[in-house]
Design a protein around this ligand. Sequence first.
Ligand code: NAD
Ligand code: AHE
Ligand code: ZN
Length: 379
Amino acid sequence: TKGKPIKCKAMVARGPKQPLSYEEITVDPPQAGEVRVKVVANALCHTDIYTLDGQDPEGLFPCILGHEAGCIVESVGQGVTSVKVGDKVIPCYTPQCAQPSCIFCQSPKTNLCPAIRSTQGQGVMPDKTVRFKDSNGEPIYHFMGVSSMAEYTVLSEISCAKVSSEADLEKVCLFGCGVATGLGAVLNTCKVEPDSSVAVFGLGAVGLAVIQGAKIAGASKIIAVDLNPKKFEAAIKLGATDCVNPKDIDKPIQQYISGDLTPWGVDYTFDCTGNTEVMRAALECAHRGWGTSCVIGVAASGHEISTRPFQLVTGRRWVGTAFGGYKSRTDVPKLVEKQLSGELPIDHYITDVFEGVDKTNDAIDALHSGNCLRAVVHY
Ligand code: NAD
Ligand code: AHE
Ligand code: ZN
């Protein structure tokens, strides 16, 4: 069915470090292989802020940010068969084309389907055009293939994870990025074994989800590290056994963890800060002989990691994850089922709730306050 353009409200990122601009936009109908969705809830992830701050080498302006959302299908383009009008979907910035010819989708080793990655990074749909126009008719770029800071957005069909009709989109939107990423880093990327020791750097929603995942995996020692001690209470509730503020110790954090807290370091370490010095510290307190350090945080443009190669020669491994290794369309619906059954609680991440698209700037302020884990805006 050929749809009509929709006029609706959106938050437009006009330029780096500027507040988002509340505007009326036009959202064009979905083209072949695309889906137009009504955004029900959008949660803020640190990556949105990072791009808004101008730190993302792929950042383009003006654009509509947002990539952690819960949506309902409004209309579908030609040839779309896997979702229909009224379905609940979670947009996934890591798509899953599932084609027999896609060596990434066919491999159990990765979730990094490249089918639409290049146009996604250029802020356009796969046909190289955009679906958003501002009130002057000027084009607005897409972001991460999602752009959920709008009442309506257009997604590729292969980016849509169809979830249970029972799903509470105001909660399970968190599986669109941060919470899925932290859980998957532990369960898929690192495959943490029972009785392991773990250290987590950065206790935002991603780092706390690492702790939740480590507990699920049966880790027996979970060291939580943050410069903001307000984050420790939630970390302990989720299963952290030790909390460390690097400001409170008189030596580098890696020496404190590998030396004072443990004799040889910990089995698995996770960077959830995006700070390349923290990434180095995380690698260097991974266990001699077998420790693995996983980079989750996204570093600012121009920042690079370094360490003495001796750290790797002596048995440490440096790995990374995107979306926790989850194959999005297959796995996100399973996470939602686990949340629905009570097996995977996520309410504790939602510390702030706002009503209305125009409140998205308040949500950004909340995230900067230091008390917020996830701020969810109901659209
Ligand atoms: P957040 O801002 O909510 O949390 C970051 C935490 O790190 C804060 O609690 C902060 O106090 C702490 N921190 C900052 N500097 C620190 C330091 N030097 N030492 C210890 N703690 C420090 O962010 P978030 O939404 O949880 O995201 C965390 C990171 O993960 C970001 O870099 C984000 O871009 C990235 N991310 C990556 C993926 C992926 O797929 N790889 C997915 C989601 C988010
Ligand atoms: N655009 C940046 C990289 C940003 C980045 O690394 N994004 C993460 C997801 S962050 C989610 O909050 C990711 O999964 N990247 C893999 C991918 O395909 O984008 C840059 O450096 O250019
Ligand atoms: Zn994110």
